[in-house]
Ligand binder design. Sequence first.
Ligand SMILES: [Fe+2]
Ligand SMILES: [Fe+2]
Length: 387
Amino acid sequence: MGRRELSAMKKRILFVDDEPSVLDGLRRMLRDERGRWQMSFVGGADEALSAMRETGFDAVVSDVNMPVKGGFALLAEMRRDARTQDIPVIILSGRVESSIKRQALDMGATDLLNKPVDPQDLVARIRSVLRLKSCHDELKSHNEILEQRVNERTAELAASRLDIIWRLGKAAEYRDEETGNHVVRVGYYCRTLARAMGMEPDFAETLFLASPLHDIGKIGIPDSILLKRDVLSDPEWEVMKRHCQIGGAILQNDPRPRSTRPASLGESAAPFARSRNPMLAMAASVALTHHERWDGTGYPAGLEREQIPLESRIVAVADVYDALRSERPYKRAQTEAESFDIIASESGRQFDPEVYTAFEGVADEFASIRAELADDACCPVGIGSQP
Ligand SMILES: [Fe+2]
Ligand SMILES: [Fe+2]
């Protein structure tokens, strides 16, 4: 092993004392340890702090009484700084100062030694704190590895949950015309709108996951009605409308009573926040109420204004925007301008005016989401985890 490698493996110890004679004494006392320890000697606390911030040390031995900044001030600054807080510190103090010793331990000193220092005692104490530091370092790196693994697994789980949600949403719409990335885009539009309205990040992220399931209830609608090219008869239309209750029933997982007629915007978000699975609770709420209209003429319950949960007022705009911009066997795709005009004309009628105002402000983002997630784009798993 070369000289350089050997010195890289040496433990680094910093000695701090304002009296040069004390430092000289320590240097002589520890001459035999030079093969194992790389020792530095400084005359004050500030000098010690800058040396520590430049180079990692494994232990510090410091005097208590020093002019300008004493050993306690040094200890306090070290414990506040992430770069130095884990370095063990041995405080050197006078034999009679028992209150100082207690204070030193309270402030996080690792060990104490009386002055004048006994050389064998000093070597033994330094070895002891170095062992402590090695154990601490090992534990810390082990924890860092574990934390990294947990983060990786969490990211994998989040990506797979998102993938399953999107596929489930697409499965529900597979029989009728919306077989592309409609449900995926709706999630992105909704998150954009929620953020633009100043909603909490938690609300925006939950809506991002919940909104692609808005039409899951179509699974329960017979082909003869879902795929009918002609205008639906009144009884058929009543069956079609049931996709809201079917979706709500599929996603409802919380047996506790929930308010279906929230009185205010604040309360409208409360059921999802109280649920044991907030995402499913919000998805159930969206499935049930995404066809309600601001003016009270929607279905299934004819809710109006803030009686409609906020999440569904947001989904309504996102869903209609995407439907307008999409080509269908019975219609061409509306342009951006046409779609905006139609949605603007429905503000205060079909749509919440506040959601419409937010929509106006994020027009460019909607257009780029639409362009990036076109129907023939491959499944964009992973994008969802971005902030
Ligand atoms: Fe629907
Ligand atoms: Fe939809």
